[in-house]
Design a protein around this ligand. Structure first.
Ligand code: OAA
Ligand code: MG
Length: 540
């Protein structure tokens, strides 16, 4: 608690979510803070407060209702909110994060109640510094920023996309112990091309079509400069930008400031972990794997590039490594014969026959794994899955699009159509599947396993910037947490209930990388792991 916070007394404490402990305040604290009479007389134990909150949340049958209860708890008492999230991660992650957060975003303007974060509108261009100065946070460690153009697999949600930076930052705190008082969700609102929002009287964003080109980049830059002037060491995470802008922003800032793009680099690290787990099962090394991606955007080329980097790191020639990844986009298989390909796809345009359907492409490429990242629901149908099972003893099937409604296939279909041989991961959660007397426990190949730890390590070491080596290190560290028992059950990732420990390990690995490579702006503590653990926020 800062000195400034220690001066806050009386009712002001109760309306400050960082400070308020509500009925959890002890008699002594009530006297000290001038709260006597402002709360019901009984003092609740922590268990009692959690039990009351759980009952309230459970009284709401639908996920959105549960979200609204949690959101209200957060607005009143942040400590309690994070206690719930940390003690019941498995249960609440699908509420504050994918898939429910998708619905939250779609309805954001209709359910808006509590102020949080920073809204940078195009109308405020030229005075963004003033907006940043208005933020109450004295210090900010992590910013997650979106422009709402490609929210999960749901498309352009405009300002409504703010639910995503909010959800990501909740995970930063719950999974990696970033102090919630030092996080800032940001939406840069340059308009939306989604008619439904422009015609919705309750829509809270800018009513105009998206600003593009130089004016767009100038506004994003004005924000980045203003944020870094106020908080020079802040980590900026780019989230759910449209393809074109996402690649361009990463190109502009990647090696100049402390930042990363979660959809390109975070997703890549987590997918590579899934691949490392899968090859432990197939016993065929990475060098013998070939991947066919359904999609050719941020996630697809982010993952493909990191697989290539991993192969090069193992000693393979880069030109050869590139051939291990093939892309299938809206026009079909990406081949050398294709013209006008976006820059990110060009390295993956190989000498391959023209294929118009994904099934044809599977037959032509004969991949060991398919990776769905195009938000095309059910695109991995029975024919595709059976073909993969015919080509491979243990086919790798990653249906990574979010939320659940956008998944390329569900877990049950993946296991059923491959006679239980699929090595499956998905972006959104699926329940365990019973098949032929076996229970499969699929887990999420979602960047939530890595971005909190990546950020923790980078913030801890006050890294200058985040090179590719950090993302490889994150993937390898995460892979080491997958046990033989996990693999036995078909789990390519550890249990979410372990995510805090996993994030700590990734944080240590990333900080270590920063110290070893001269990227840190502080001294390495002698006992790095103990120091990182001590740095992590924990609710009281
Ligand atoms: O938010 C998630 O669940 C994963 C992600 O970054 C995306 O799908 O854009
Ligand atoms: Mg994302």
């Amino acid at each position: 608690m800062s000195n400034q916070n220690q001066c806050v007394r009386g009712a002001d404490v109760l309306v400050n979510a960082h400070l308020n402990r509500g009925v959890g305040f002890s008699a002594e604290a009530r006297d000290r803070l001038g709260l006597r009479g402002l709360l019901p007389p009984a003092v609740s134990s922590a268990e009692n407060q959690v039990a009351r909150a759980l009952a309230l949340i459970d009284s709401r049958p639908d996920p959105l209702g549960k979200y609204l209860e949690l959101d209200a708890i957060r607005a009143a008492d942040e400590n309690l909110f994070f206690k719930l999230l940390i003690e019941h991660t498995d249960r609440f992650m699908p509420i504050v994060y994918t898939p429910t957060v998708g619905e939250v975003c779609q309805k954001f303007s209709h359910i808006y109640r509590f102020p949080r974060g920073l809204f940078v509108s195009y109308e405020d261009r030229g005075r963004v510094e003033e907006l940043v100065a208005n933020c109450p946070q004295e210090e900010v460690d992590v910013i997650v920023v979106t422009d709402g153009q490609r929210i999960l697999g749901l498309g352009d949600l405009g300002m409504n996309g703010m639910g995503i930076p909010m959800g990501k930052l909740s995970l930063y705190t719950a999974c990696a112990g970033i102090d919630p008082a030092r996080t800032l969700p940001v939406t840069i609102d340059v308009g939306t091309n989604t008619e439904a929002y422009l015609n919705d009287p309750l829509y809270l964003g800018l009513r105009r079509e998206r600003v593009t080109g130089d004016e767009y980049f100038a506004l994003v830059d004005e924000f980045i400069q203003a944020a870094r002037r106020r908080w020079p060491k802040v980590l900026i995470q780019f989230e759910d930008f449209g393809n074109h802008n996402a690649f361009e922003l990463l190109r502009r800032y990647q090696d100049k400031i402390l930042c990363f793009n979660d959809d390109i680099q975070g997703t890549a690290a987590v997918a590579l972990t899934g691949v490392y787990s899968a090859v432990r099962v197939t016993k065929k090394p990475l060098a013998e794997q070939t991947f066919l991606f359904l999609g050719a955007g941020e996630a697809a080329t982010g993952i493909a590039n990191l697989i290539v980097d991993a192969l090069v790191d193992e000693g393979m020639d880069r030109a050869e490594a590139l051939k291990h990844c093939c892309l299938f986009d809206s026009k079909g298989l990406v081949t050398a014969a294709r013209t006008g390909l976006a820059e990110n796809k060009q390295p993956f345009a190989h000498e391959l026959p023209e294929c118009r359907t994904f099934l044809e492409a599977v037959r032509a490429v004969r991949p060991t794994g398919i990776v769905g990242v195009a938000a095309q629901p059910k695109a991995f149908d029975a024919a595709v899955l059976r073909e993969m099972a015919a080509i491979n003893e243990r086919p790798i099937i990653f249906a990574l699009s979010n939320p659940t409604s956008r998944a390329e296939c569900d877990a049950e279909t993946a296991y059923r159509e491959t006679d239980g041989r699929a090595l499956f991961a998905s972006g959104s959660p699926f329940a365990p599947v019973e098949l032929n007397g076996r229970t499969f426990v699929p887990r999420q190949g979602n960047n939530s396993y890595v971005f909190p730890g990546l950020g923790l390590g980078a913030v801890f070491a006050q890294a200058e910037w985040m090179p590719t080596g950090m993302f490889l290190a994150a993937a390898r560290t995460l892979a080491e947490t997958v046990s033989e028992e996990d693999l036995e059950r078909g789990s390519l990732y550890p249990s979410l209930s372990e995510v805090r420990d996993v994030s700590m390990k990734i944080g240590v690995a990333i900080a270590e990388y920063a110290y070893e490579h001269g990227l840190a702006r502080n001294e390495r503590p002698a006992d790095l792991e103990a120091a990182v653990k001590a740095f992590m926020y924990m609710p009281e």
